[in-house]
Design a protein around this ligand. Sequence first.
Ligand code: NAD
Length: 497
Amino acid sequence: MTQTSAQTAHYVPADLPTSIRHFIGGEFVDSVGGQTFDVLDPVSNQTYATAAAGQQADIDLAVAAAKDAFDNGPWPRMLPRARARVLNRIADAVEAQDARLAELETFDTGLPITQALGQAQRAAENFRFFADLIVAQADDTYKVPGKQINYVNRKPVGVAGLITPWNTPFMLESWKLAPALASGCTVVLKPAEFTPLSASLWAEIFRTAGVPDGVFNLVNGIGEEAGDALVKHPDVPLISFTGETTTGQTIYRNCAANLKGMSMELGGKSPAVVFADADLDAAIDSTLFGVFSLNGERCTASSRILVERSIYDDFCARYAARAASIVVGDPHDPRTEVGALVHPEHYAKVLSYVEIGKTEGRLLSGGGRPAGLPERLARGNYVSPTVFADVAPTARIFQEEIFGPVVTITPFETDAEALALANGVKYGLAAYIWTTDLSRAHNFAQSVDAGMVWLNSHNVRDLRTPFGGVKASGLGHEGGYRSIDFYTDSQAVHITL
Ligand code: NAD
């Protein structure tokens, strides 16, 4: 690790690659046509590397390698225990280099280093979890006495196309790679073009762990080029996608021609509902974490806070004071709580919502670039944690996903009004309910449009639980056996007795 003069220069990890290549059939390669794109770091907004920009020809090669490994290689035919050993070695390798992974992820994404470290460790846990799961996997058998035996013959689907976004890229890739590989599929990963750095690290990790060549393939590139070619490729029977709802809709249409299996983890605008009887200290802690951790670039961010009128003023005052004290700074500094947003394009989008918010709500905290950033951070994509109160449900900042450190607060009078506000957006990913009334909490969970609900609880979840959204937030659920179900076919075999 190097740091050029802490006071005056921007932190740059040692041995940073200057070119990021595809990984196809066990080899690092450039694009067939030689195309590249620039990769920026979000603190200096300077190009630090060029990445191979995959086109149809590169996707064709990657899919052919994955298909050959699936049709002729050992991976889909290995015993679950043998595959699990490889997956555990992957987890070991990720854990062993978690600090380096976090450092590179932080440099590429602008995420605070302590949070990037947690995400790297979570990536290891994903591999360990799916290793355990496939060893414990049991499938159904049915007997019709004297007539038939029926059993489920679970088979990996084939070449899985994995398309991932730029927020917590390494961890989100692991959330797809681990179950796909555990199931015996071979894969082509197309990571987000804003943040290709950490994805390239999988290649060496997998090779060292004993993943056969061709099982893992990586093609970098622009979504509309490399991503589109992967989605439309006839030898890729399923696509697991995480990203924006509008991109998901395009992919959905493009999968239709080949009737592909699809898993869609899409955008969110999740409510946190705080009733007057809630443990207010815990609710404030958690709702701050919910929207300002990971720079607010979190799909399950509690970006709309709904607060019962009788505690509204107190909540707003305390919340705004806490938001104002959040440490915004160098992503590599362990004290930093909000780092730099991922890319100038995204930064401009978030800032534009902050300006819209000034016309739609009452600004309590933040509201633009933080004042007094040191010179070494002056060109970074920084946005102060921003809080708007009195935001009407018709406001754009209430309805639209901002995906940055910006939160709205809206009062409500009754449970029914709270529910109407919570459900009054097109999204339905997560909901957070704060109340000490147990029956209200469960009734609210029952009625709220959300794939995942946290009652008096931080955004922490057990890997066995379903993950996914309803309405415009997604299609299908991943997590636990649901992920294995997605990457496998359950063939029914019937035998006459
Ligand atoms: P995005 O939709 O712009 O891009 C996601 C990926 O899709 C990228 O790899 C991109 O290159 C690719 N892509 C873009 N157009 C494509 C096309 N036409 N065909 C194939 N691939 C294409 O999303 P983003 O900006 O990278 O990520 C942020 C979004 O992701 C937010 O909306 C966030 O809520 C969502 N997200 C959802 C979850 C979840 O689990 N529900 C998790 C993380 C992020």
